[in-house]
Design a binder for this molecule. Structure first.
Ligand SMILES: NC(=O)c1ccc[n+]([C@@H]2O[C@H](COP(=O)([O-])OP(=O)(O)OC[C@H]3O[C@@H](n4cnc5c(N)ncnc54)[C@H](OP(=O)(O)O)[C@@H]3O)[C@@H](O)[C@H]2O)c1
Length: 350
């Protein structure tokens, strides 16, 4: 077996982002891998992901996680092989999903997010995608926050992204009577129609009348808005919600790069009274204890073909910043997965 590495390469914050992040926001550095202390685990990264939520940490501002400082490693989600363990729960050779971030090796510090991948029936990358945080956000957003009921009419924004596509398909599997999505571009619309089997897809970028299109796609109104994009969209949809309607605040893709003070407000609050509406956000880690059962059920939906998964892959650690920037600029879609090192070497290489 190869020697344990004493250093690794990782990506750190080079400059705080103003507006859209650029390649100069990040840099690659060599970092030491010190001896493990009790509870720690050393992993070799196989895959890491580009997550929109990282944007809120690249500049100062309100977020549920503190902003990164210059020189801090970018701590996204990763799938790794355990190559050294000082933690009785993990053995060399285990495959784990962690917050190990954009690095060729990572040390799990002993507490925080780590989950052993329980089986190999599905691609390993799914455990940082549809069976990881994005999928769990869709799952608990629908089940716990929206309290989805059979027959509900559901609107999902950024419907072609990993959270949105999972939410739309899970909603259908759980008995929604109509599922509508917003997405930009013909390729996404085609996939959402033909593969994910949504009832209607609206291109919010090209439509001359978004509200008319949203109404036309579901004339009786929506019971649930699963929103990934932010206030302007929510405000447009509020008047279209049926009595007892629920809004799930999952994310704010349209607002992450906005200058302070330039985020639109929500004005249609009067509908909350007459229609008894409810709006609630979620931080998916609040539902961590429920992940294994949800992953089992959602995994079954994938294996039976009821939930389809799309990935967009990048090769090599250096590609992680571009994968992240592309979230906001590129028309490709699906979970953005960076292949950091080969699965082929599992159990051998370090
Ligand atoms: N609450 C939680 O615990 C939690 C956990 C994980 C993720 N999230 C959130 O869930 C949301 C979706 O995440 P994801 O990983 O599935 O990402 P995603 O939807 O794939 O994000 C990329 C997509 O966002 C859309 N987008 C980018 N800029 C936009 C803009 N200015 N206006 C509207 N849409 C824009 C684009 O699709 P279109 O142009 O087709 O819309 C783009 O393809 C994010 O907001 C993320 O932060 C929340």
């Amino acid at each position: 077996m190869a020697q344990r590495p004493s250093t690794t390469r990782r990506i750190v914050l080079a400059a705080q982002a103003v507006g859209l992040p650029t390649r100069d926001t990040f840099r690659v550095e060599e970092a030491a891998l010190p001896a493990l202390t009790v509870g720690q685990v050393l992993t070799r990264t196989l895959y890491c992901s580009a997550d929109p939520g990282t944007r809120s940490r690249l500049s100062p501002g309100a977020s549920y996680a503190p902003p990164l400082r210059i020189g801090d490693p970018i701590d996204g989600f990763a799938i790794g092989e355990v190559i050294e363990s000082a933690n009785s729960r993990f053995s060399v050779g285990d495959i784990v999903a962690t917050g190990g971030g954009w690095a060729e090796h990572a040390i799990f510090p002993g507490r925080g997010y780590i989950q052993k991948v329980p089986h190999r029936r599905l691609p390993l990358s799914y455990w940082i995608g549809v069976l990881g945080v994005p999928g769990m956000t869709a799952w608990f957003g629908l089940k716990r926050v929206a309290m989805l009921k059979p027959g509900d009419r559901v609107l999902v924004t950024s419907a072609a992204g990993p959270v949105g596509a999972t939410a739309a398909q899970v909603a259908r599997s759980l008995g929604a009577s109509r599922v509508v999505g917003t997405a930009s571009g013909g390729d996404k619309a085609a996939w959402l129609h033909d593969v994910a089997r949504l009832d209607a897809v609206i291109d919010y970028k090209t439509t001359p009348d978004l509200v008319a299109d949203l109404k036309g796609a579901c004339p009786d109104g929506y019971d649930v808005l699963f929103d990934n994009v932010g206030n302007a969209m929510i405000d447009s949809v509020i008047p279209l919600l049926r009595p007892g309607g629920r809004i799930v605040i999952s994310g704010q893709l349209a607002e992450y790069n906005a200058a302070a003070g330039r985020v639109p407000g929500i004005v249609n609050t009067r509908y909350f009274i007459a229609s008894r509406l409810r709006m609630e956000g979620l931080v998916v880690f609040d539902d961590l204890k429920g992940f294994p059962a949800a992953q089992e059920e959602l995994g079954g939906m994938i294996e039976s073909g009821h939930v389809n998964v799309r990935e967009h892959r990048y090769r090599g650690l250096e590609a992680a910043p571009q994968a992240f920037i592309d979230l906001f600029t590129d028309s490709a879609f699906g979970r953005r997965i960076v292949e950091v090192s080969a699965e082929a070497g599992l159990g051998q290489a370090q």
